[in-house]
Design a protein around this ligand. Structure first.
Ligand code: AMP
Ligand code: GLY
Length: 425
């Protein structure tokens, strides 16, 4: 089968790396891909939002399955464009992708269908938002409705901060159209976890859990990033796993169907594990990055038949098999990220790092310049290690990290530590 992966980050590299091991894959393409993905796939220079070009390529090459990595093409409607030409594609259509594309839609859906989430209200007008902020009390969270490059959720510790965040979105229009509406919600306390489930629109198959590390510095200090590292599995025991499936994932699948938005693809529920049980912080309509870099190495079964079944609307199996190991991914970032950073810095040591058993280095922001691997983005590499347990995976990942260098390299030293704290180690 010919397979196309859309995207160019660490998440897509992990997907391509895993699909390249599938006996069912005859040829693998990535659009636009990156130098790491080029080791397993033919990279074609088509941007992820160039929907016409992607459809044209898939038709010409007779691609049997396209898997979409990032949210933007899904929200732009890539899935219906492919389906209109009879091409199988993994991901929700535009109506489904609203789960991530509009926080106001997602929150209203949860409220209507009794899915646990933070108490909230949606606003288009600042004065009433400010009144509600006083009713909720601080800390609280102000969220832009639409996509805001990971910067749209503002945690406010004081009412002054809340007023500023409301003004930033609704009056100064800092997020443009994405901030024309906002959600003001109660602050939830607990441990965060990312929960993934495939769905064909009716049933759901859990596809792993992970813990992301969003803040740029150790101990969750500093501004939020796309994710500085992940450990998998998350600290979710069997009972809580069932609770998430029964109170969050399946109700979400059924709610979307009931709203006339049957959802096919992966549901990524960003959870807060509160003393009152798991609650949804946000939904995403795609796999997580860096979380997927820890899930793919742990998955024992071939993901291809699963993704293909979802794309075609075929029945999913009821379980998947996992390797017994844990995985940890440490993101190596450019100095200055998530603010301004320089690119084009030569990268050394990737091959040495990958000589360590259980280690894979996934590329995110890299490029080849005159045959030399150089930095080309904020998040540069995801150094992922399998280990017998999380401590072993942490040790192995940092052993690998120590072999890699580039000017300005910056990474967190505490990836995975939260998971240990939770286990009481
Ligand atoms: P979101 O874009 O909604 O996932 O928010 C980004 C990050 O902000 C989350 O990963 C949390 O760390 C934090 N956050 C969002 N909503 C809440 C909330 N209601 N309570 C506490 N933290 C939150
Ligand atoms: N790791 C956060 C995200 O994928 O949105």
């Amino acid at each position: 089968m010919k397979v196309l992966v859309v995207g160019s980050g660490g998440r897509e590299h992990a997907l391509v790396w895993r699909l390249a091991q599938s006996p069912q894959v005859a040829a693998l393409y990535a659009a636009p891909g990156n130098p790491g993905m080029a080791r397993h796939a033919t990279c074609v220079p088509i941007k992820t939002d160039a929907l016409d070009d992607l459809v044209g390529f898939a038709e010409r090459e007779r691609i049997a399955l396209t898997v979409v990595g990032p949210e933007l093409p899904l929200i732009l409607g890539i899935v219906e464009r492919f389906q209109a030409r009879g091409l199988a594609i993994f991901g929700p259509n535009q109506k489904g992708a609203a789960l991530e594309g509009s926080k106001v839609f997602a929150k209203a859906l949860m409220a209507k269908h009794g899915i646990p989430t933070a108490r909230f209200q949606a606003f288009q007008e600042a004065a009433s938002a400010r009144r509600f902020a006083r009713e909720v009390g601080v800390p609280l969270v102000v969220k832009a409705d639409g996509l805001a490059a990971g910067k749209g959720a503002i945690v406010c510790r004081t009412l002054e901060e809340a007023d500023q965040a409301i003004a930033l979105c609704l009056e100064q229009r800092a997020f443009g159209k994405a901030g024309e509406q906002i959600v003001v919600e109660e602050f939830l306390v607990g441990e965060e976890a990312s929960f993934f489930a495939l769905t064909d629109g009716e049933m759901a198959l859990p596809l792993g859990t992970a813990q992301d590390h969003k803040a740029v510095f150790d101990d969750d200090q500093g501004p939020n990033t796309g994710g500085m590292g992940a450990s998998s599995p998350a600290s979710i025991d069997a009972r809580m796993h069932d609770e998430v499936m029964e109170t969050i994932i399946l109700p979400t699948v059924h709610a979307m169907a009931a709203e006339g938005r049957p959802y096919r693809g992966v549901i990524y529920a960003g959870l807060m594990l509160t003393p009152q049980g798991p609650k949804v912080l946000e939904y995403n309509c795609r796999f997580g990055d860096p979380e997927h870099q820890t899930i793919m190495p742990r998955l024992q079964d071939d993901p291809l038949p699963l993704l293909h079944a979802v794309a075609r609307g075929d029945r999913l199996p009821s379980t998947v098999r996992w390797r017994p190991e844990a995985a940890v991914c440490v993101v190596l970032a450019s100095g200055g990220y998530p603010g301004d950073y320089q690119t084009g810095k030569p990268i050394a040591g990737v091959a040495e790092a990958e000589k360590l058993p259980g280690v894979t280095v996934f590329h995110a922001g890299t490029a080849l310049k005159d045959g030399q691997l150089v930095t080309a983005g904020g998040r540069v590499l995801g150094v992922t290690a399998l280990g017998a347990d999380i401590p072993a995976a942490i040790a192995r990942a940092y052993e690998a990290v120590a072999k890699i260098c580039f000017e300005g390299i910056h990474f967190r030293k505490d990836i995975g530590r939260k998971a240990l704290r939770h286990q009481g180690r």
